[in-house]
Design a protein around this ligand. Structure first.
Ligand code: GDP
Ligand code: MG
Length: 163
């Protein structure tokens, strides 16, 4: 499909990154870390998820004990969604953000984004797609209306509410 074709054509992988509401005070530092690591921000959009949208985004976790807390957190304030592009972007971004738990991140990956800007197990500053399929799904979630817009020269930065 188009997502696969673009990836192959550019020899560049695309992924979806999210600054969660608790990470918003550190968004400058998080964006700096992204840019310094060789990941290109192709699209960026600030939005506030409704509780329903947060549940939909994380629906793979609907049976987990932390699901309600996660949905509450994700809809508690604005998020910044970014489509990142680079060779091996999915793994690169996962490595940069660090382990899920802030505590584990501080022990095992002290220079990661979660170690530096996370607070606890739920509030861990950032999200990253964990596979090709989730990258595609999550990129569509935030950028469906701009997925394949011709933006070779002009990047797309939008502030507003996702539909
Ligand atoms: P991720 O891919 O590293 O973000 O981790 P998961 O996909 O497993 O979980 C999604 C999100 O749910 C995490 O980023 C956390 O915000 C939250 N979460 C995951 N595991 C736990 C947990 O054991 N306790 C709590 N409170 N939240 C969790
Ligand atoms: Mg995950």
């Amino acid at each position: 499909d188009e997502f696969t074709r673009r990836n192959l054509q550019q020899l560049q992988e695309r992924t979806l990154a999210l600054i969660k509401p608790d990470g918003i005070p550190y968004m400058g530092k998080i964006i700096e870390a992204i840019c310094c690591s060789g990941l290109i921000i192709k699209q960026l959009r600030m939005c506030k998820l409704s509780r329903g949208q947060a549940k939909d985004f994380y629906k793979a976790h609907m049976d987990k004990p932390f699901f309600e807390e996660l949905a509450n957190h994700m809809s508690s304030g604005p998020c910044v969604a970014m489509e990142l592009v680079a060779e091996d972007a999915i793994a690169k971004w996962r490595l940069l953000l660090g382990p899920t738990s802030t505590e584990v991140a501080r022990m095992k990956a002290p220079s990661s984004i979660r170690a530096n800007f996370g607070t606890d197990s739920t509030r861990n500053a950032v999200h990253g797609a964990d596979s090709y399929d989730s990258a595609r799904r999550e990129a569509h979630f935030f950028f469906a209306d701009r997925m394949f817009a011709p933006c070779a020269k002009f990047f797309n930065v939008t502030l507003g509410i996702i539909k």
